[in-house]
Design a protein. Structure first.
Lengths: 128, 128
């Protein structure tokens, strides 16, 4: 099934931003290939493509913190996806924070603050 | 000047999300190389790297719609940047919309709605 997203232009992978559908907080950025996008459309749960593991990444399959997709938008170039999601468990980040963007940079480009609090302990969730 | 962002891992370019610092609306996604990021830090205006033109893209240099950077965050992997910006002129998108993400997809992955209104006519701004 052909969709509107231009996977060819970007070499098969496009960035996908997940944003909390209620608060507007940007939760994370990951990547999708066409298969991940199709499964996301079909299941209404966010499925990404893991570049490090080189396979589909069904977000939350390990932690239980799935993302229920409320809305899907694409940008003017059709090569970036924006998902409005309900983040089950409240934390999108594998570090336990609501958002992966929990580190604020100072004017020199170094971390000077951590925003938000850990909602879970990664060691407890991932059994590493 | 070395910063916290891991440009090496991603082949020199990392995605940068621009989000309205007040409303939380996601405005666009573009790319930064280290030079673009350094200039963004220094000038507090968003500077991207245009993959199509293969050079720095000082956002707004043509349209006047610069992005004043209020806050800079990085994600847990240090390979994605989130800019909280004040979008001068109100429209981030070259199509005249506040956000580049003005197209909403239906369950089949096709556009079924346009969100928001054109704030400017691209033909008037870019003299194409």
């Amino acid at each position: 099934m052909k969709t509107e997203v231009d996977f060819a232009k970007a070499g098969g992978l496009v960035p996908a931003i997940a944003q909390d559908f209620q608060s507007g907080q940007v939760l994370m950025l990951a990547w999708m290939n066409e298969e991940a996008f199709q499964e996301t459309l079909r299941t209404r749960r966010a499925v990404y493509f893991s570049r490090s593991r080189n396979k589909l990444w069904r977000k939350g399959e390990e932690s239980g913190n799935v993302q229920q997709v409320r809305d899907i938008l694409i940008d003017c170039d059709a090569d970036t996806i924006l998902l409005k999601v309900e983040q089950i468990g409240g934390a999108a980040c594998h570090e336990g924070y609501a958002s992966c963007f929990f580190r604020q940079l100072n004017h020199d480009g170094h971390v000077h603050a951590t925003l938000g609090e850990r909602l879970f302990d990664p060691k407890q969730v991932y059994h590493k």
